[in-house]
Design a protein around this ligand. Structure first.
Ligand code: COA
Length: 209
């Protein structure tokens, strides 16, 4: 199976934007944010340097089909002092040696954000898959390591909807979910929520090398 990783910047250098948009408009995902990002946002983010998108093409029926994509950016994880104090010692140990405090006393962890990752459901259902999620993630790891080597970062993270299938996917692939212990509620453990009310999963980049 031939797999081509194509940076969006290379497509923009080679083709008219309208042609690229038309090509991307066929991308289908079960996750509407992932679909919206490739249809509407990725080109603008590429131009202003907010993220880098990589398209994954796989040979299928004699041509290269857009099987999936991912987008990464260099962005620290920021955790308020209040939430930091609710995290386990184990998580502190994981993050602290590499974290630092900003002027607001929030904890910042130098990281790479895997902002989007999705398969094209045009070619992906229970019966047939031209690429699996695990394969797409391991292709993304390659770019995460390259980014780390250029700009730094010790943790790769994802922010995802509260969806059991996504929790299974990321924990199966070695990510840890960030959880908080609520002293006010008898020590009950709850998922950490980002400002967008998503759940946070982290993995040390050295563990994917
Ligand atoms: C996450 C993903 C890469 C995993 O791929 P995979 O390991 O090959 O697994 P599958 O695509 O077969 O998904 C497994 C199950 O989870 C479900 N699932 C996947 N993403 C889901 C989502 N965002 N919301 C709800 N269900 C989801 C699938 O429908 C499938 O259900 P089924 O077994 O009943 O058919 C792929 O499912 C995907 O592209 N999902 C949509 C994009 C997404 O949510 N990305 C993560 C956030 S950036």
């Amino acid at each position: 199976m031939a797999i081509d990783l194509v940076p969006l910047s290379a497509l923009l250098n080679r083709y008219h934007e309208e042609e690229i948009r038309r090509n991307f408009s066929f991308f289908k995902s079960i996750n509407k944010d992932v679909e919206h990002f490739i249809h509407e946002t990725c080109i603008q983010f590429e131009k202003i340097g907010l993220s880098r998108t990589t398209l994954v093409y796989v040979s299928f029926k004699g041509r290269q089909a857009l099987a999936g994509y991912f987008a990464i950016s260099s962005k620290s994880i920021s955790i308020s002092k209040k939430n930091w104090n609710k995290m386990s010692n184990n998580l502190h140990r994981k993050l602290m040696p590499m974290g630092y405090k900003d002027e607001k006393e929030d904890y910042l962890v130098s990281s790479i954000l895997l902002g989007q990752l999705g398969l094209n459901f045009q070619y992906h259902d229970q019966k047939s898959k031209i690429l699996t999620g695990d394969e797409l993630l391991s292709l993304a790891y390659g770019e995460v390591v390259r980014a780390r080597d250029v700009v730094g970062g010790v943790v790769v993270y994802v922010e995802v909807d509260n969806e059991p299938r996504l929790r299974d996917f990321y924990t199966r692939n070695g990510f840890s979910q960030v959880l908080l212990k609520m002293a006010s509620d008898g020590g009950k453990v709850v998922p950490y929520e980002t400002p967008n009310r998503q759940h946070l999963y982290i993995k040390k980049i050295k563990d994917i090398d």
